[in-house]
Design a protein around this ligand. Structure first.
Ligand code: MLT
Length: 263
């Protein structure tokens, strides 16, 4: 992993393979290693950039406030460091919210979008209040408490019942993050803008992916995203929950390789 100074903080990233650049935006409250199974396979087909978003992994977790726009700006600055003008963005859940903020702010830098287990809308009033309570909880009780709350929500039934190593991997990723980073991102998601109105302007290829057992952003959310974007394709990953890429990596990778091979 490499670290660079971006927008006044340290951002840690990996850059492997060559050709068409794909930039992967991780979910909340994880880190870039959630993309390890994508990186090891996709680097044989294209250039793969993953990063720890501010607040997570080995990147800095400065005091808040954070915002989806700031996190998107960090990625845009990283692209300049890496001399990438235009990339395929792959965002899962929070990563999808940030990818949409990126598209709103830097449309000229987007070549195509993969939106996995995410939604275009802002939070409802109830969801926002839940997030603000959760941000306070992590600050007072620590990251382990958030792992206890989130692991059963992030993973699908099949994984929870039969893949203890994946369950452990996700738990460790969450526990390794600082309460300050988790709280900052949680409040940033609570404050995020609605992105549904920008979807109609999308004029590049889009792939929507969702786990068949995702309860946080269920198939109906993926269908409304697909319906809002002309020409978007929808792929359902069977036997996966919200973290479809790490619960069923082979299926997820095949869908991605087919997508980038198609243009
Ligand atoms: C994620 O996986 O990034 C989170 O579930 C996003 C969210 O809480 O909306």
């Amino acid at each position: 992993m490499i670290s660079t100074n971006i927008n006044g903080i340290s951002i840690t990233y990996r850059d492997d393979g060559s050709g068409l650049p794909l930039i992967f935006f991780h979910a909340f409250p994880l880190n870039q290693t959630m993309w390890d199974d994508q990186s090891s396979e996709l680097r044989n087909h294209c250039r793969v950039v993953t990063l720890d978003l501010r607040g997570f992994g080995q990147s800095s977790a400065p005091p808040g406030p954070y915002s989806m726009d700031q996190m998107a700006a960090d990625v845009r600055a990283l692209m300049s460091v890496l001399d990438i003008d235009k990339a395929v963005l792959v965002g899962l859940s929070m990563g999808g919210y940030i990818a949409l903020a990126f598209y709103r702010n830097y449309p000229e830098a987007v070549r195509a979008l993969v939106l996995a287990d995410t939604r275009g809308s802002a939070d409802t009033h109830e969801a926002r209040s839940r997030r603000l309570r959760s941000a306070e909880k992590v600050e007072t009780t620590g990251s382990k408490a958030i792992a206890d709350d989130m692991v059963p929500l992030l993973l699908g039934r099949t994984t929870l019942e039969s893949r203890p190593l994946i369950v452990e991997r996700v738990r460790l990723m969450i526990e390794a993050n600082s309460p300050q980073g988790i709280a900052g991102a949680q409040r940033a998601m609570a404050a995020r803008r609605d992105s549904t109105y920008i979807l109609a302007g999308v004029d590049f290829p889009v792939l929507i992916v969702v786990g068949s057992e995702d309860t946080l952003t269920p198939i109906s959310e993926a269908e409304s995203l697909r319906n809002g974007i002309a020409g978007a394709r929808l792929y359902i990953v069977e036997g996966a929950g919200h973290l479809s890429n790490l619960e069923q990596p082979d299926e997820f990778n095949s869908a991605l390789i087919r997508f980038i091979g198609g243009y």
